[in-house]
Design a protein around this ligand. Sequence first.
Ligand code: KG4
Ligand code: ZN
Length: 381
Amino acid sequence: MLILGIESSCDDMAAAVVKDGRFILSSIVSTQDVIHHKYGGIVPELASRRHLETIIPVVKEALEQAGVTLDDIDAIGVTQGPGLVGSILIGLSFAKAIAYVKDIPFVGVNHIQAHPMAVFLEDRVKGQGSRVKGKAENEKVGSYEDKNFLSSQSPCPLPLAPAFPFIALVVSGGHTTLFKFRDFCDCEILGQTRDDAAGEAFDKVAKLLGLGYPGGVVIDRLAKTGDPSKIEFTRPYISKDSLDFSFSGIKTAVLHWVKGQGSRVRGQGENKLAPCPLPLAPVLNDLAAGFQEAVVDVLTEKAVSACRANNVRDLVVSGGVACNSRLREKLMAKARDNGIRPFLPDAGLCSDNGAMIAATAYHLLKKGARGGLDMNAMPNL
Ligand code: KG4
Ligand code: ZN
């Protein structure tokens, strides 16, 4: 079954053609970073206006790259929410129009629940699997269930997929959520952010440091040459057993540090309050590393706690922040230390893409879901 997946919930316009919910025949993403960079965040009206211009070329390119035409497409999956209403409406209206004209089914997809589905995708364009698998210590590869392997006749042998039930941490610009997935399209929320999403915290900190939008990549890069122990921030665990998150406090702590209100720099005397060493340039990397380390520690700790509390051994991490190099490194290490198998999609499949929407649509369609032509956008889904 060939599914065209369309994703337009925020500032990326993405389309992909996916076969049988698994094989990526094409995946095209048109980003708008250049447009929003100077505002330090997404301007919703600019995002939807740009979507209007890009949706047709992006879908055309996805079809061309897959070597198919609209006549070959069996169904369409499209993001119904959550996200920016104007942005969602562009993709949704377009998907409905194609479904109507071609008389094929379409389904609305929950963007957040679609992120972890990236772990089941195989990229035939690149000829490699999407997943980075971390083998849990004291576990032999041979012990994985056979059902998690594709047949050996497959042109490119597939790496392993997580087994249900698994825990999924979705870390994106708008959401930080821990799910327990019992099956495809069957999940419950175990915890979520009470204020800022992790990606939002990265973006806001980057903005206050004058680093532009999106901020996660820049902070990731700067932090590579910074020392996270030079400027430390309190880790907001909320409470020992809580699987909820709260990142607005760290963001405010960075702001206070920058303003010189109560910063404590190691090496300048125990608990000594240092005046803010503006200009920031000499300490920017340490500041980025200190902030990033605090966020990464909380995400890692809670993801592993969720696995332990639910007695689940497979952990999927996806969403734009899952591209963060330090998060990937720490998650892999901590998961292995705890006998948990971590699954992280390739960076290109962690951030917004149409393939994860198509993969989710495949399973929804298999379960009998069908979208009606009166379907509306659900920005708060
Ligand atoms: O999932 P995504 O592409 O879009 C949403 O659904 O929000 O996530 C975008 C978010 C942005 O906040 C961006 O700053 C963050 O992911 N991000 C990163 C990195 N790459 C993207 N955050 C930290 N480190 C990165 N390397
Ligand atoms: Zn996303």
